[in-house]
Design a protein around this ligand. Sequence first.
Ligand code: GCU
Length: 411
Amino acid sequence: MRLLALASLFVMTLHAIEPYGIPDPMVMEDGTPVREAAQWPACKAETMRLFEKFVHGKSPELPPWDQCRAETLLEKEAFGGKGLLREVVIHFPPAGTPPVYLLIAIPKAGQPVPSFVGLNFVGNHAASPDPSVRLSDVWIPSPNPGVVDNKATEAARGTDAASWPFELAVERGYAMATLFHGDLDPDRPDWQEGVHAAFFAPGQTQPGEGEWAAVGAWAWGLRIAASYLMAQPELDPKRVCLMGHSRNGKTALWAGAQDERFALVVSNQSGCGGAALSRAGRGEQLAHINTRFPHWFVPRFHAYNGKENELPLDQHQLLALIAPRPLLVCSAEEDLWADPQGEFESCVAAAPVYRLLGTDGFAATAMPPLNHLVNSQIGYHIRPGKHEVTAADWKVFFDFADARLPKTKSE
Ligand code: GCU
């Protein structure tokens, strides 16, 4: 029986942790317990199918990189001579898919460097104040600074720069790349703009049962961006990391779960449908998210509004799909909507899979103090403050990556 409560184990060892009757991540659908690492791939495949069926839908195959085409739009020395700023446009099949634009800061290192890639909320021009970055021409939500009638204006430049401390990345020896999720799919219930329509059968106007929704499309774009990064001589293909904040954090987890090429994943305040346990019942609930953002997940997920206990999965299993790769879950004390406690509990509940696969799992048994990095293969950090991603957060991401990634390309 898959819905095994982990209660006894947790109550004995982890007083602060609630199991809520969450599914055991290491029991196969036929009830077989997973006791050895060799059994995990089959359990992982089942778990992946559950997330496809109940949450994200199935995405099309990723186009091979040799069928994609990248064109450099901008390349200049930047960051006081310490690095380069580059923007590329990536075209990919099938015909009719809109391209994505990737903005990248690359340190001058003389050897291939690790990188982070993450989606942004309002366009690359907002991530950097540099006037040579292309002004996005796709739909952007309003209100947002410098966005008029859902289009970016010059006044939007640099308005999201605090989330993308490129110079800090370069100083820390990391490339930092970002792309706008709206290039893949606008963040509204519309299936005509963005990548979905290129895959529709004649007459089809929205994704069919079991097909990808918006988060699935955004995750697919992150994977295409990763293909680009992995093909660049300045970047180490074995150390491409993912970072996502909030809805983009939900997306980073899904992309990282699907694509083992990502070496490390950071979820920043991803909350409901991200790192937080749905059954915890605090902060945002399924009925909230699915009503306000009906396009993010598949209709089958909506059927569990108010019935989280009946879901055949919970979000710790999404974290477990990233095992044994390093995973950092970050919360903010005031961001109760994202349920820091539920995010932490999810890490605890994913840890057995990480331990099964030979890592140190998760090194905390109760919520750590503020500003303390739990530095195990599943990492956790909670800081004071609100829902946002800042340079101080990035310092934690880099500290975790420094600790958990191989140091050099040859290792
Ligand atoms: C809303 C939404 C969250 C989401 C957040 C964001 O608050 O309810 O689920 O994470 O937006 O993406 O900023």
